[in-house]
Design a protein around this ligand. Structure first.
Ligand SMILES: Cc1cc2nc3c(=O)[nH]c(=O)nc-3n(C[C@H](O)[C@H](O)[C@H](O)COP(=O)(O)OP(=O)(O)OC[C@H]3O[C@@H](n4cnc5c(N)ncnc54)[C@H](O)[C@@H]3O)c2cc1C
Length: 384
């Protein structure tokens, strides 16, 4: 059996000071701009002005090289900032994907021109990205994507349909996974490539999709014979699968996988701190200790990414354990209504709880489903 581990990484004084700086920045900025904290804000709450402010503080593009407009800080520093933004329910959705994964893909695989053009704008909070992986018939089985990029004299012609593209309507670019060769059933991971697609190009159509909370944060994105220049190819032709696997580790391993509804817990405790029975305190204590373990694992992955390791399986573990945790958190808060009836909850707490309940199903789908995560983990453990 092959195990995988999570080295223990301590938060040093530099990181603790950074954490305090972020906390006080958020307090002042929320007050002076009348920003209301939101649950699941990394997906639902976009505020380009706020993203720009973070860029001005130097808190985006943290790990990118200075010569491309990045900050040359560590992944651990980035982790501390993202954690504080999440627990505050800050409106980070506009820049989240660009800062989390698209920028790193460009740094890793992009040409000099792509890096010089795009990375400074991501770091200043002025360039947003969407993820172009899923299609109507390809979600878990990503290798089956049908969107096709045909080589032309000037570059490529892109045809196909992506779905559930979070924030595409606000984004400047999408990194699209497309076939550049017909599917070979014996070698399904070959013949795929990634493209940096400017979403303002003629032939790109973005259609909103409404979710159960009646919000339109994701979309269907259609490519109708979109003409791409040669330099739209990201990385190597035919290496799309290898590239996308690394991108998924960045997508799955972060604290948003278990802190999306933290403000529900925080608000509940603030409201009922002195009214809770011993049973209530015990239930919340269990939740908080699980949360602490998840934080340590995710922090450890940030360190592994910094050390250029490939924590793909650890990322799948955090994604899945985070998903189980978030469900349990919402369920525990619901059970609290047996001890403190809903009538005593403030309207803002009730509304946080309602939204969280309606969003539970999305947690185990976005970023890869529970079954797929468990499959990756069991393979690593030699169980299948
Ligand atoms: C809120 C939200 C935001 C999203 N944002 C984006 C985005 O920005 N960009 C993007 O590209 N995608 C996005 N997605 C799509 C997401 O990645 C897919 O929904 C996910 O990968 C599952 O694919 P699917 O919906 O096609 O389901 P399917 O793959 O059809 O799966 C259906 C069910 O079958 C199970 N299943 C499938 N294959 C197996 C298997 N081999 N073994 C066991 N069980 C299996 C699945 O676990 C699931 O329960 C988003 C989804 C949500 C909910």
């Amino acid at each position: 059996m092959t195990y995988f581990n999570f080295p223990h990484i301590e938060e040093d004084d530099n990181l603790k000071n950074l954490r305090n700086d972020v906390k006080s920045f958020l307090k002042t900025t929320f007050n002076s701009n009348n920003i209301k904290p939101q649950a699941d804000a990394w997906m639902y709450s976009a505020n380009p002005e706020f993203s720009k402010k973070l860029g001005e503080k130097g808190w985006l593009g943290m790990s990118f090289p200075k010569k491309y407009g990045g900050r040359e800080k560590t992944m651990l520093e980035r982790y501390v900032i993202t954690e504080e933004l999440l627990v505050a329910g800050a409106p980070v959705a506009a820049h989240w994907i660009a800062d989390r994964q698209s920028g790193s893909q460009i740094i890793r695989y992009g040409t000099e021109e792509q890096k010089k053009e795009i990375i400074p704008k991501i770091s200043s909070g002025e360039c947003f990205f969407a993820i172009g992986m899923s299609e109507p018939d390809s979600g878990s089985d990503l290798a089956s994507v049908k969107t096709f990029a045909k080589k032309t004299a000037d570059g490529w012609e892109l045809t196909g349909r992506k779905i559930w593209s979070t924030g595409a309507h606000l984004s400047h670019y999408m990194i699209v996974l497309a076939r550049t060769e017909k599917l070979d059933e014996k070698n399904r991971h070959s013949g795929l490539s990634q493209f940096l697609v400017n979403l303002k190009l003629p032939g790109v159509e973005i259609n909103p999709i409404e979710d159960m909370t009646h919000q339109k944060h994701f979309n269907e994105t259609v490519f109708n014979n979109v003409k791409l220049n040669k330099d739209a190819l990201l990385g190597e032709e035919g290496m799309g699968w290898q590239q996308v696997v690394g991108e998924l580790a960045l997508e799955r391993s972060g604290p948003e996988r278990f802190l999306s509804h933290y403000i529900l817990l925080d608000n509940f405790i603030s409201e009922f701190r002195y009214k809770m029975s011993e049973m209530g305190i015990t239930s919340l204590g269990k939740i908080i200790s699980e949360l602490q373990t998840l934080r340590m694992m995710s922090f450890s992955i940030a360190w592994m990414i910094q050390e250029k390791k490939s924590p793909d399986v650890q990322a799948a573990f955090v994604k899945e354990a985070g998903n189980v945790f978030e469900k349990k958190l919402i369920e525990t808060i619901r059970e609290m209504s047996n001890l403190i009836p809903f009538e005593e909850w403030s309207s803002s707490l009730k509304s946080l709880f309602q939204d969280a309940t309606l969003r539970i199903p999305a947690n185990s789908l976005r970023g890869g489903t529970s079954e797929i995560m468990r499959g990756i983990i069991s393979k690593q453990l030699g169980l299948r």
